[in-house]
Write a protein that binds this ligand. Structure first.
Ligand SMILES: NC(=O)c1ccc[n+]([C@@H]2O[C@H](COP(=O)([O-])OP(=O)(O)OC[C@H]3O[C@@H](n4cnc5c(N)ncnc54)[C@H](OP(=O)(O)O)[C@@H]3O)[C@@H](O)[C@H]2O)c1
Length: 285
C-alpha cells in the first residue's frame, strides 16, 4: 500500500501517534485521528462504522497504557488497553480485510541474554506492563491475517510530547541533579524514524512480527549524557544502579533488539540512535 486512508489511534496526543501523523501525511496518506469524544475504540461497531464510512485502508494503533510503574497497581487498566483493545481492533480489521499495525515493546523480554533479541527469542516479561503488552500480541497472533503487523520498539524519544530525553534536558537546564540508571541496556529510538520504518513495512505489504529500533545500544545514563552533550549542557550525569534507584516495575537489564528481519524485508539498515538524537535535539534547541 503506497497511499490511502489511515486511522491512527493516539494520533492527537501520543508520542509515537503524532510522529506517525506527520510522516504519513507527508507521504500523501489521508489521516484520521478521532478523539476519545468522537470514537469509543472499545466499541467494535463504532470502529467498524468509522472504517466503512471513511474508506479506511489501515488502522495504526498506538494507544496503550504506557505508565510502566503505575501498571503494577493498575493491572486491570493496563490489560484493558494493552490486551483487550488490540483484540477488538484486530477483530474488526480482520473482518473488514484491512491492515492493522500495532506496537509492542522490548519489555516483553526478561533481559537474561547479552546479545540482541530477535523476533524468534521467547518472551518472558518481568512486569505487568510487559505482560499486558505480550498478551496483546498473543491475542492478535491467535487469528492472524495478511494485514497484521506487530512492531516491537523501545526507549522512544522525539518531538510533540515529553519523553525521557526532553525530561533530562529540562532537569539539567533547571539545575536539578541527574541520577540515571547505568545497568539497563536498550535500543534508544526516534519516533520519527520508527514512523518512517513502519511505513516502509506497510508499503511492502508484509505481515507478522518485527523489531524496529534505531541502530546501536545504550544505557539510560549514556542516553542522558549524549542528550545533554548534544544540547550543549555540561551538567554531570551521576550513574546509579537499578538497586540504588528502586522502581515499582522490574525492567530487563538488557533489551537491545535485533532488527535483521526488518532489514531483510525492507532493505533498510536503521540509522544509529546517536544521529537521530542529535537531529531531534538540534531541532528543539
Ligand atoms: N514510549 C516508549 O518508550 C515505548 C517503548 C516501546 C514501545 N512503546 C509502544 O509504542 C506505542 C506508543 O507509545 P507512546 O509512548 O507513543 O504512548 P503515549 O505517548 O503514552 O500515547 C498513548 C496514547 O494513547 C491514548 N489513550 C490512552 N488511553 C486511551 C483510551 N482509553 N482511549 C483512547 N485513547 C487513549 C493517549 O491519549 P491521552 O493523551 O488522551 O491520554 C495517547 O494518545 C505503545 O504501544 C507503547 O506500548 C513505547
Amino acid at each position: 500500500m503506497n497511499t490511502g486512508t489511515a486511522l491512527i489511534t493516539g494520533g492527537r496526543t501520543g508520542l509515537l501517534g503524532q510522529a506517525l501523523v506527520q510522516v504519513m501525511q507527508s507521504e500523501g496518506f489521508n489521516v484520521l485521528t478521532p478523539g476519545r469524544d468522537e470514537l469509543d475504540l472499545f466499541d467494535a461497531r463504532q470502529v467498524e462504522y468509522t472504517i466503512r464510512k471513511n474508506n479506511i485502508d489501515l488502522v495504526i494503533n498506538t494507544v496503550a497504557y504506557t505508565l510502566v510503574d503505575q501498571a503494577e497497581e493498575n493491572q486491570e487498566k493496563a490489560f484493558r488497553l494493552n490486551r483487550d483493545l488490540p483484540g477488538i481492533l484486530g477483530q474488526v480489521c480482520r473482518e473488514n480485510n484491512i491492515g492493522l499495525t500495532h506496537y509492542s515493546t522490548d519489555y516483553v523480554f526478561n533481559g537474561k541474554k547479552n546479545t540482541p533479541y530477535s523476533t524468534e527469542d521467547a518472551p518472558s516479561p518481568l512486569c505487568v506492563y510487559g505482560r499486558s503488552k505480550l498478551a496483546g500480541e498473543e491475542l492478535l497472533m491467535r487469528n492472524p491475517w495478511d494485514g497484521l503487523l506487530i512492531l516491537r520498539s523501545a526507549w522512544l524519544f522525539g518531538p510533540f510530547k515529553t519523553n525521557f530525553v526532553s525530561r533530562m534536558i529540562q532537569m539539567a537546564e533547571s539545575g536539578r541533579p541527574l541520577n540515571v540508571i547505568h545497568d539497563q541496556l536498550g535500543s534508544p529510538t526516534c519516533t520519527l524514524d520508527l514512523a518512517r520504518y513502519s511505513l516502509e513495512l506497510v508499503k511492502k505489504e508484509t505481515c507478522g512480527l518485527f523489531h524496529v529500533v534505531n541502530k546501536g545500544q545504550a544505557s539510560w545514563c549514556e542516553l542522558a549524557s549524549e542528550a545533554l552533550m548534544s544540547a550543549g549542557l555540561s551538567n554531570r550525569v551521576n550513574p546509579v544502579s537499578s538497586g540504588e534507584y528502586p522502581q515499582q516495575a522490574k525492567r530487563p537489564p538488557y533489551s537491545v533488539l535485533d532488527t535483521s528481519k526488518f532489514s531483510m524485508v525492507t532493505g533498510i539498515t536503521p540509522r544509529p540512535w546517536v544521529h537521530a538524537l542529535r537531529e531531534y535535539i538540534f531541532q528543539i534547541h
